[in-house]
Write a protein that binds this ligand. Structure first.
Ligand code: NAP
Length: 247
């Protein structure tokens, strides 16, 4: 087994970019994916699928596979995986680095309403709001439970929640253009955009479109994650890894 094997906890575009950079440098990389997306975009290098079985399962995996370091490149909202990675890598005595894109920041013409959680976002919407909901498929229930709300819930794969008659599902994957997002909001008479503060350029166009149309946005804040060495881009992370692994 190579001495400087790297585990990337993936599921993001940055994780794929990092795997490309590291494999191009000739490093041995395994990317781990949760296995919840039917046709995930695959990175170069080795890929494994599915959960580890909590922090204990990840610890056994780390010990068994013999890594030099772990890179948590999961989505900013994947809080459980990041917490597990922190616990398990500390117990295994392995360095943990986090690749985390910066959050979006509001500009002078933005009308953002902050929300700490998705449930708080649902509660903050005014009566009768017509919503473009872009928070993924797992946490739509509090929005669907409010009979006064209507709109479009956009996600990559279908939600298990029953769809109320005043909502429609839009299944599509980023990136989207500003023109596309503007038309989607205008054609559907959307009055509120609800999104998680994912950051990154791939899904940013909706914020530009909302700004142009003067629409308010409920911005769900990122969950807290354990302390780690953080780099914002794959290139910066590859350089950090070179520093870590150079003799
Ligand atoms: P989560 O709530 O933090 O994790 C739930 C469980 O899924 C973890 O405890 C772990 O299971 C498993 N898991 C998560 N990421 C994994 C990975 N990279 N490799 C192996 N197992 C993983 O995560 P989530 O929010 O459901 O996200 C799941 C995946 O989708 C992540 O890889 C994330 O990067 C990606 N993603 C998430 C979002 C989002 O909005 N949350 C958006 C885009 C992409 P065990 O405890 O059994 O190990």
């Amino acid at each position: 087994m190579p001495a400087d094997r790297i585990l990337i906890l993936g599921g993001t575009r940055e994780a794929r970019e990092l795997a490309s950079l590291l494999t191009a440098e000739g490093r041995s990389v395994i990317t781990s994916l949760a296995g919840v997306t039917r046709a995930p975009a695959l990175p170069p290098g080795e890929v494994r699928f599915g959960g580890f079985g909590g922090p204990e399962g990840l610890l056994s995996y780390l010990r068994r596979e013999g890594f030099a370091l772990v890179v948590d490149a999961t989505h900013p909202f994947a809080a459980r995986m990041s917490a597990n990675a922190h616990k398990a890598s500390a117990a295994a005595g392995l360095p943990l680095l986090r690749l985390e894109r910066p959050p979006w920041q509001p500009g002078p013409n933005d009308r953002w309403v902050p929300a700490e959680t998705v449930a708080a976002a649902a509660a903050a919407l005014p009566a009768g709001a017509r919503v473009l909901l872009t928070i993924g498929r797992k946490e739509v229930a509090p929005f669907f439970a409010r009979a006064d709300l209507s709109g479009i819930a956009r996600m990559i794969e279908e939600t298990a929640e029953p769809l109320p008659p005043n909502w429609s599902l839009l299944m599509e994957r980023a990136p989207f253009s500003v023109a596309y997002e503007r038309k989607l909001l205008a054609d559907n008479a959307v009055t509120w955009l609800v999104t998680k503060n994912a950051g990154g350029s791939e899904t940013e166009a909706k914020l530009v479109a909302a700004r142009e149309l003067g629409l308010p946005v409920i911005m769900v804040a990122r969950p807290p994650k354990p302390k780690a060495v953080i780099q914002a881009s794959a290139g910066e992370m590859a350089a950090e890894i070179r520093r870590f692994l150079s003799p």
